[in-house]
Design a protein. Structure first.
Length: 430
């Protein structure tokens, strides 16, 4: 099949080749090479369009897929075409060709891991679960062994936790542990380094050794002792009557951290990341970390922080939300307000008493607590959230914003040092 555009491209290539020799003779070899290259480029474009548009485009593109391409197209067709649900690649209102048997889905999962990169595999897995209702098949061990594990899959498994048979739970825990260990490896080193520095800077020492002097704070504290030097045209010096140094944060508990996590269904990815960060923070001797999860009930999972997998399987995704009750519990556990950071991770849809929730936040802040509100702790951006509650918290000095895992250590460091929080995009937060 040759289109007008394709013919023009080949004509241009031929024209360019025939202008080669200066004596006017035709360079036949160059002409053939240019023609072949133009034809190959045109066929490649048709092949790509055929892959994008699906089987319905076979006749219009005149392109027949074979071998590896045909296998890739088959994997895509099984997910996006051939059933009764909308959203096929060609927009023809068809989908779902995988069927409901675990063996056929397991084979398909193996195929897509063969033909597509990991990032694409994870997207296709999520589409299969969402579009085709395959969550129930994840309860079968052979299915879990075939999937590409990621944060979203962990969230799905946690939502199925209560319905999971005992024969599947061991495999499910292995899948979750694989993801958790990968996240810990990615996040722990930078988190510990960032927070250790923040803890050192937040601890003031009034008789520091020379290499422990915090010169920035020392200069600010002694500006009143500025002396103008005689005959120096306004030049002067500061007499440091009081030295301020960095503390040694690892010697004792310097700060208390309370992570208060909404475990409603929309917060699945945030629950996973918060559990991992909770375990990392709990491993730091300078921090006393408490992890609380809530829906309409409140559960304290602090005793399980040494193993984030246990924390995750202790959650119960879904259900209602009572933020006020959760904050009441957290408030009751605060013993050193000036040295406490409370992090509320929630989409702020409150099923409890709104005014009481806001009063609690105001009371905690007035007592010296550093209060942080995260709409999400994930790479997915801000979810749907209650804008009225977000605006009310912002008015109390606790702006609500979505936070990525990469930014979270910096947010915590700022809270520990009582600095302004590094809010990523002031146009999208309240």
């Amino acid at each position: 099949m040759t289109t007008a555009n394709g013919t023009g491209a080949m004509d241009s290539a031929v024209d360019g080749a025939t202008q080669g020799p200066v004596d006017g003779s035709v360079d036949v070899a160059a002409t053939r090479r240019a023609t072949a290259q133009a034809a190959t480029g045109h066929e490649e474009r048709l092949r790509r369009w055929r892959m994008v548009l699906g089987a319905d485009s076979a006749e219009s593109t005149g392109c027949t897929l074979t071998g590896h391409d045909a296998a890739m197209d088959g994997a895509l067709t099984a997910l996006y075409e051939g059933g009764g649900k909308p959203g096929g690649r060609g927009g023809s209102g068809r989908s779902a060709g995988l069927g409901a048997s675990a063996p056929s889905v397991a084979r398909w999962l193996g195929d897509i891991r063969t033909y597509f990169p990991t990032s694409v595999v994870q997207v296709m897995q999520r589409d299969a679960i969402d579009r085709l209702g395959l969550s129930a098949l994840l309860l079968e061990p052979e299915m879990l062994e075939a999937v590409e594990a990621d944060v979203h899959l962990v969230g799905t498994l946690l939502s199925l936790n209560k319905a999971m048979p005992e024969t599947t739970k061991e495999t499910a825990r292995a899948v979750v542990r694989k993801v958790v260990e990968k996240l810990e490896k990615q996040l722990s080193t930078r988190t510990r380094a960032t927070l250790t520095g923040a803890l050192d800077r937040s601890a003031k020492v009034t008789r520091p050794r020379h290499h422990d002097i915090d010169w920035d704070r020392t200069i600010r504290a002694n500006l009143k002792n500025y002396l103008t030097l005689p005959g120096e045209d306004g030049a002067g010096t500061i007499v440091p009557e009081r030295l301020i140094g960095y503390g040694r944060a690892a010697q004792s508990v310097k700060k208390d951290v309370i992570l208060c996590i909404d475990q409603s269904g929309s917060m699945a990815a945030s629950v996973v990341y918060a559990s991992v960060f909770g375990a990392v923070l709990a491993s730091m001797r300078a921090l006393r970390t408490r992890l609380v999860v809530f829906d309409t009930a409140v559960v304290d999972l602090t005793d399980q922080l040494d193993d984030p997998v246990d924390v995750l399987f202790g959650t119960q995704l879904g259900g209602g939300t009572d933020i006020n009750r959760a904050l009441a519990y957290c408030q009751s556990r605060i013993t050193r307000p000036a040295d406490t950071v409370v992090v509320l991770i929630s989409d702020l849809y409150e099923g409890g008493i709104r005014n009481e929730m806001l009063k609690r936040v105001a009371a905690m802040k007035a007592s010296g607590v550093q209060f942080v509100t995260l709409l999400a702790l994930s790479d997915e951006g801000a979810p749907a959230y209650d804008r009225d509650h977000a605006a009310a918290l912002s008015a109390l000095g606790a702006p609500a914003f979505a936070c990525t895992p990469d930014l979270f250590p910096d947010v915590m460091a700022a809270a520990i040092e009582k600095r302004p929080l590094p809010i990523p995009d002031k146009e999208t937060h309240q």
